[in-house]
Design a protein. Sequence first.
Length: 96
Amino acid sequence: MKQQIPKRTNRFYDTYRFDQPQIRVYHKKGKGKIMPRYLLKCGCCEQKLDIYYAKDGLEIGGVNGSIEDWQEILLPLLMIRQQVGKPVYVKKKKKK
Ligand SMILES: [Zn+2]
């Protein structure tokens, strides 16, 4: 099954669905060497974030990483409500 981001109306300061202004989401198709991307704009101001995507990786805000890398970082953050407390950054134990 294909995961899809539902189309949004992208109104400025739209608090209808969530308790805070909804993120405005725009999609641009790839062209030649340029990867397809999502442009995310803050619901309350002109701050924005580009997410370029390909089958094997994502570039989020200029930071490149594999899908697995991003999953390891973002999934705990996205599941924050289900967790007790907050995500923890686990340091690798030093080998002796
Ligand atoms: Zn804002």
